[in-house]
Design a protein around this ligand. Structure first.
Ligand code: MN
Ligand code: MN
Length: 487
């Protein structure tokens, strides 16, 4: 046997046995790239009006209505092809398309979250010191505090006045609006600060937001700068200081989404986590034509602080909605859930060559590598996670391959490197097959996160495929176990 022949045998065997790494630049042609770019223009528009969850719900409702969705009415009988939406407390929205089988064979769920890390105002936020008016904040979600100083911030949210009137606030997004800022120490005087560990250099209690510096008038009255701010707020919104107590006001980065890179291949924006999965999920639902089984895209809140509360995924809201649909079909909720499947549509960390040591390169996701399937999240010994079954992974993998969707798989960084979670485990607890599938993000949780246009488009194709593919039947591999409680 010649040396040459041996080599070609090895290369043949390698071709047959070894895994091939997906590569966006090798598999996508010009047409695919231009489709991805076009899809992302819609995404950037969505991002402009969806910085906090209430706004994301309103934007989504508008898209839904424009596409023939009507608000769900409890007790009403729905037929195959009906498009409905349901809103919870202005912070969750579900888009459903009723399938030919209704809920009989379970529902197909794509669930993303629309809350992102930010600075929330404390209940008693406004104070004056040394002729400056400032706002006290309590950060929301996992942030690197130093990243939130000296950047333009916008104020978003809702105030409920004592007379019950709701006032929606959005200041800092229009380029003619003022913005707000957290100060930081100048390098000339930061000798002590610079020696502190990064997590301690900026204290949570020091994330105070500058809101004004001019006194109301020349009177002898104390705290005139604060008074001037109160007067501006009263004139503009009719709110008084005590109304802060019944408010949800968030400071978010004031930058709009923008293309990043000379080749415009990337998008920089605040809140890609997790609107970058929410938007593709919305578009996949909007375009679903009378599926076999009922499909639902659900956008939840409070993921960044543990999915708690009545608008988080631990709330019974979505389950109640599914139960209503099940009852209308004469089905039992628990049987419907047992036959349901879900994509927990959430982001994962993209490999960052500048911080390569945080990743295990064989099990990391890469920008332009397509959607990332995360079999399990959690931390230190797979704690606190739902670990998707081999069968479900097999099904999802086949679905993506069949549809020629660019995909990759990975963990969240190195073992023992840290960790994190998603909503997957809360859905899995209801006896639903679920796996995380989403978009890789660079600088996740930073005020300005980066994603690839190709990956955003692939997420949309993946959710579309999931609604179509899963519509046909329960995959045989998933149907073998004791999925239904014995009668
Ligand atoms: Mn997320
Ligand atoms: Mn997150």
């Amino acid at each position: 046997m010649s040396e040459k022949k041996e080599k070609s045998q090895a290369s043949e065997l390698k071709e047959k046995l070894a895994a091939k790494k997906p590569s966006g630049k090798l598999t996508l042609d010009k047409e695919d790239l231009s489709k991805a770019d076009k899809f992302c223009e819609g995404y950037k528009q969505f991002m402009k009006t969806s910085k906090v969850e209430r706004e994301a719900v309103r934007t989504t409702e508008k898209i839904a209505k424009e596409n023939g969705f009507v608000e769900y009415e409890q007790g009403k009988k729905y037929n195959a092809g009906d498009k409905i939406y349901v809103i919870n407390r202005g912070k969750n929205i579900g888009l459903a398309v009723i399938g030919k089988n209704g809920t009989k064979n379970g529902v197909r769920l794509v669930i993303a979250h629309i809350d992102s890390p930010r600075l929330d105002l404390k209940p008693n936020p406004l104070y004056e010191t040394n002729d400056l008016a400032l706002l006290k904040t309590h950060y929301y979600g996992g942030i690197k505090k130093y990243q939130w100083t000296t950047i333009p911030l916008a104020l978003h949210g809702r105030v409920v006045r004592i007379d019950g009137e709701c006032v929606d606030v959005c200041i800092g997004e229009d380029e003619n609006d003022p913005c707000f800022v957290v100060s930081d120490l100048l390098p000339h005087l930061d000798k002590e600060q610079a020696t502190k560990p990064m997590a301690k250099a900026i204290e949570g209690e020091n994330l105070n937001v500058l809101i004004g510096s001019r006194p109301f008038n020349q009177d002898e009255e104390s705290e005139q700068v604060k008074l001037n701010i109160l007067n501006i707020l009263f004139e503009k919104y009719g709110i008084i200081e005590s109304d802060f107590l019944s408010a949800e006001l968030d400071l978010v980065p004031a930058f709009p989404p923008r293309d990043v890179g000379l080749d415009r291949s990337l998008i920089g924006a605040y809140g890609h986590d997790d609107k970058v999965c929410a938007y593709p999920g919305i578009m996949a639902a909007v375009e679903a034509e009378t599926p076999q089984n009922t499909i639902i895209t659900f956008l939840c809140d409070k993921e960044e602080i543990g999915s708690e509360g009545n608008t988080g995924m631990q709330s019974s809201f979505l389950n109640s909605f599914i139960e209503d649909l099940a009852e209308a079909d004469g089905e039992k909720f628990r049987h419907v859930m047992a036959k349901s499947t879900c994509l927990s549509a959430d982001v994962n960390a993209a490999y960052d060559p500048t911080y390569a040591s945080a990743f295990e390169s064989n099990n990391a996701s890469y920008l332009n590598g397509g959607v990332i399937i995360t079999k399990y999240t959690g931390a230190g010994g797979k704690y606190d996670t739902s670990d998707a079954s081999a069968e479900y992974m097999g099904f999802i993998r086949r679905m993506l391959e069949n549809k020629k969707i660019l995909w990759q798989t990975g963990e969240l960084g190195k073992v023992d490197g840290g960790g994190g979670g998603t909503i997957a485990k809360y859905v899995a607890n209801h006896n639903v097959d679920v796996v995380d599938l989403g978009v890789p993000v660079l600088s996740m949780h930073a005020p300005y996160e980066i994603v690839s246009k190709v990956d955003v488009y692939m997420a949309y194709l993946a959710f579309k495929a999931f609604f179509e593919e899963m519509a046909t039947a329960i995959p045989p591999a998933l149907d073998g176990g004791l999925r239904l409680p014995k009668a």
